[in-house]
Design a protein around this ligand. Structure first.
Ligand code: SAM
Ligand code: DTB
Ligand code: SF4
Length: 325
């Protein structure tokens, strides 16, 4: 049954022992609680973006220290995917600082990257901004596994964060991705000065997509100097646990990805998020433009008695969830 916002709120606000226990129970009904998927990011086009997202170091509207570059070539990107695979990643994700792809040689180049990553037996995910129906179909044809397009925050808070495109624009792109038969990766960012009610609203918007996204990245804002949110107040880490657990309960078969912001999290907080149902992370030294824990993750997994998911497991999981390969 479709959850109401009140349903989400009731769960979100449960006492932590109750909330985490429920989330952990749902988690083990649908997933191996010891396995965490490793995804690696690659910024294929960095900086000078036309959009004004307040959190983003890549927006041309903010004065940040990001080193910009144009679209990388496919060979270099596929080689990076091969290296990520050697370090245990099963999914390779490409991000471009675009409002959306233009139908020129650049888009062809991205299709080439997708084909290359898939030929390595890895899941391929891209995030290129707003898409047309036709672009989504062409990505599907190239074998794309998943398209990342975050709702970012609640519909009410959205225009405090971005003015150059709307919440509805985002829903439309997600619709095009679905229609093309590509799985949807969509989540948001917390710690942008929003209220708890906005986090509940974001989770409600995600859980009521029909069907919900197959993967749900939960990012904690990485505060970057020069962005309007550089001095945002730190989010209470317990709110992150509530977000992860609520996402797990209302989107039981989805992957819940503990995404940006892990460098600032303690090992204990991450452990609690894994117990509460997070089962995917971004691995490697870098996210798109900011730092990520890198090799420290293997030590963390070892301490927790957890492990990274293998490619075979990842494929089986997708099959069980009814997602086309
Ligand atoms: N330009 C495309 C778009 O916005 O759709 C794709 C790339 S964009 C960098 C992908 C996502 O990264 C954003 O939707 C946002 O959720 C996340 N992100 C960007 N900057 C972030 C930050 N400083 N902290 C946390 N997440 C961030
Ligand atoms: C997502 O939800 N988080 C990733 C990925 N999708 C593309 C991006 C995080 C970016 C963090 C800031 C940076 O490194 O530039
Ligand atoms: Fe551009 Fe994406 Fe950053 Fe927004 S989040 S400024 S669209 S790169």
């Amino acid at each position: 049954m479709t959850p109401t916002r009140q349903d989400i709120r009731q769960v979100y606000e449960l006492p932590i022992p109750e909330l985490v226990f429920r989330a952990a129970s749902v988690h083990r009904q649908h997933h191996d609680p010891l396995a965490v998927q490793k995804c690696t990011l690659n910024s294929i086009k960095t900086g000078k973006c036309s959009e004004d997202c307040a959190y983003c170091p890549q927006s041309a509207h903010h004065d940040t220290e990001v080193e910009s570059h144009g679209l990388k070539n496919a060979e270099e990107v596929v080689e990076a995917a091969r290296q990520a695979r050697a370090q245990g990643a099963t999914r390779f994700c490409l991000g471009a600082a675009w409002r959306g792809p233009r139908d020129n040689g650049d888009f062809e180049n991205v299709l080439e990257m997708v084909r290359g990553i898939r030929s390595l037996g890895m899941e391929a995910c891209v995030t290129l901004g707003l898409l047309t129906d036709d672009q989504a179909a062409r990505l599907a044809e190239a074998g794309l596994t998943s398209y990342n397009h975050n709702l970012d925050t609640s519909p009410e808070y959205y225009d405090k964060i971005i003015t150059t495109r709307t919440f509805e624009d985002r829903l439309r792109t997600i619709g095009h991705v679905r229609n093309a038969g590509v799985s949807v990766c969509s989540g948001g960012i917390i710690g942008m000065g929003e209220e708890r009610e906005d986090r509940i609203g974001l989770l409600h918007s995600l859980a009521t997509l029909n069907p919900p996204p197959e993967s749900v990245p939960i990012n904690v804002l990485v505060k970057v100097k020069g962005t309007p949110l550089e001095n945002a107040e730190d989010i209470d880490p317990i709110e992150l646990v509530r977000c992860v657990a609520t996402a797990r309960i209302f989107m039981p078969t989805s992957r819940v990805r503990l995404s940006a912001g892990r460098l600032q999290m303690s090992d204990e907080l991450q452990a609690l998020c894994f117990v509460a149902g997070a089962n995917s992370i971004f691995a490697g030294e870098k996210l798109l433009t900011t730092e990520n824990p890198g090799e420290r993750d293997d030590a963390l997994f070892a301490r927790l008695g957890m492990r990274s998911e293998t490619a075979g497991e990842s494929a089986r999981e997708r099959e069980t969830a009814g997602i086309a390969q």
